[in-house]
Design a protein around this ligand. Sequence first.
Ligand SMILES: C[S@@+](CC[C@H](N)C(=O)[O-])C[C@H]1O[C@@H](n2cnc3c(N)ncnc32)[C@H](O)[C@@H]1O
Length: 235
Amino acid sequence: MNMIPDWQWNEIQQIGTDYSNLSQVEIYDNRMASFRDVNAENQEMLQMLGLAAGSAVLEIGCGTGRFARYAAAAGLAVTAIDVSKIMLDYVVKKAKDENLPPITTRHSGFLTMDFPDASFDAVVSGAALHHLPDVWKLVALRNIARILKPQGQFILRDVVFSLKENEQPKDCFDRFIASFNEQVRPNAIGHIKTEYSTYDWIMEGLIKMAGFRIISKTNPFESFFVYHCIRIGDK
Ligand SMILES: C[S@@+](CC[C@H](N)C(=O)[O-])C[C@H]1O[C@@H](n2cnc3c(N)ncnc32)[C@H](O)[C@@H]1O
């Protein structure tokens, strides 16, 4: 295992919602199901990846493991990591209850994961990278490029802000908040206030700087982007 330098961002600390608390985990799972069609998202991701059965896929920031479990059921060899141990226990229990093939779990994150180089055919991450400030996002993205095989694929889904012409950041934040129903709006406000979502031009620059080519970029919801990327080069 690599030594963690003392200047490294402590990614195990929870920012925003505390996902190390079991009651929050269950609330989170129900909240997501109330405004997202998670199965449709998962199906779309598997279609984008077009991987053969048995391919090695890593989900980073797996949360309750909705993608990890879906991909395991589809025959992929899934590893799921999260900085919340409670989330990982939840994934393992759910996979067992659902009689799925085993999912390998590891208590680590974007910065601390130490898989060998070129371990995975694909990496997927949803609504997790925004937990890191921008300087650390680049370190995380480079770590993802490192553990992917050459030409390996990466799908990033996250809250990313995009300013329309002549807009101020506040206009963009107001649009984001207004896109949620009243029940979820406090979470949207908390997201802007305490988490580290960035702007689209910064995110694209970071992805490219880390050694990826963006092959598609979509914007399925307000202030939410899906980047499908390919690792370029052989490093
Ligand atoms: C908003 S939830 C998203 C869960 C799931 N991917 C989804 O789309 O529903 C964010 C998850 O990222 C995890 N997380 C936060 N910081 C992380 C990091 N640095 N590395 C890996 N996971 C992290 C949290 O513990 C939490 O489970």
